[in-house]
Design a protein around this ligand. Structure first.
Ligand code: NAD
Length: 272
């Protein structure tokens, strides 16, 4: 275990996870910082440094989808720092450990605000990407999604249209824009998981973007214990039963080992 991890908090978190029947995780951009993708907020975050971007992106898209697509194709030719970082990123030990917690049966579902595809690449299966996935496209009408690589966009026929029979809706990147309604199917899944949760973890999120931040709050309000993993305090900190300060890439692998230990101890006790 890394020397700067609070051992007693880690042991309490591991016991909660080992005992939980339906642990749900809210994950955020901090989880991918160790993969080289900058966060928006927090120390060194893109917005902390540069200020907030315009928050009316979806309105701009809806008013003129063709113009929006022309700009997007242009941006793809001159990708910015954020896009380049996402394209180059690999899952880090935090993503891998979270997938291991699922494989161990300690985590039932991950609600991620990340759009970078790294949870999937690390092997996470029970996953709702509430803000979409940058590697996919989506029809705004029928919600059909396609891998970006399988949906060639013809620059002479913008905006691209859905090919589902009887649809023909406008297709955009799957990432949910500022001001865009979150697809109802994702909201439904998140509500379902939250209602079943008997333990919640908040990992690498500033917990200020709604509705995502509401899920751990709703669970905590009905008495579900909350574990926070983040180097900095957040609005969720006062609600947390256990706080682990530090990088998810260090804490989550230590948590996997601690859960294995807690299970082994529990097994010994139940046989004695
Ligand atoms: P955020 O940028 O608002 O906050 C990041 C949080 O991560 C902060 O609380 C920070 O203290 C914490 N953090 C920093 N380094 C960490 C580390 N090594 N381990 C654990 N935590 C660490 O991010 P958010 O709360 O996810 O919300 C912002 C929105 O940003 C979401 O909608 C998301 O789609 C978008 N976003 C996504 C990515 C991505 O996909 N990787 C990156 C940036 C922003």
């Amino acid at each position: 275990m890394a020397a700067d991890i609070d051992g007693s908090a880690l042991a309490r978190a591991a016991t909660l996870l080992a005992d939980a029947r339906h642990a749900v995780v809210l994950a955020g951009a901090g989880m991918s910082k160790e993969s080289g993708i900058p966060t928006f907020r927090g120390d060194g975050g893109l917005w902390t440094v540069r200020g907030e971007p315009p928050l009316n992106q979806y309105e701009t898209f809806s008013m003129d989808p063709r113009r929006w697509w022309e700009r997007r194709l242009e941006q793809e030719r001159h990708a910015d720092e954020f896009a380049v970082a996402i394209e180059a990123a690999e899952p880090n030990p935090g993503h891998v450990a979270l997938a291991q917690l699922e494989a161990l049966g300690a985590v039932a579902h991950v609600i991620s605000q990340n759009i970078d595809n790294l949870h999937r690449r690390a092997g996470q299966r029970a996953l709702t990407e509430i803000h979409g996935n940058r590697m996919w496209m989506r029809c705004v009408s029928c919600e059909t999604r396609w891998p970006r690589a399988e949906f060639p966009v013809d620059p002479e026929a913008l905006p691209p249209r859905c090919a589902q029979p009887g649809c023909g809706g406008i297709v955009k990147g799957d990432t949910v824009m500022f001001g865009e309604p979150i697809p109802p199917s994702a909201l439904h899944q998140c509500a379902l998981e939250t209602a079943q949760a008997d333990l919640f973890l908040s990992v690498g999120t500033s917990a200020v973007v709604y509705p995502a931040a509401q899920y751990p709050i709703s669970a905590a309000q009905r008495g579900v214990p909350l574990i926070e993993i983040n180097p900095e305090p957040t609005p969720l900190t006062p609600l947390a039963a256990v706080v682990l300060r530090g990088a998810s890439g260090a804490i989550l692998p230590a948590l996997v080992e601690a859960v294995r230990d807690a299970r082994a101890r529990g097994g010994e006790t139940s046989h004695s």
